[in-house]
Design a protein around this ligand. Sequence first.
Ligand SMILES: [Zn+2]
Length: 64
Amino acid sequence: MASLRCPTCGHLFESDYTPAMPFCSERCRQIDLGQWLDEEHALPVDIEKHIEEQANRTLDDEDS
Ligand SMILES: [Zn+2]
């Protein structure tokens, strides 16, 4: 038996008592999933910029 902290609501819970690991409940699991989908849908430009920054960083590493 181990105490875990739910990533969605921040509550401590016992891992034996939930079917929705690593969340404290199915409700928190659905909320987390919804946040991911909302971010991908709302911020496509930011994601493209992030990928671009990662590519630039790789080029910088090759120079040094
Ligand atoms: Zn929770």
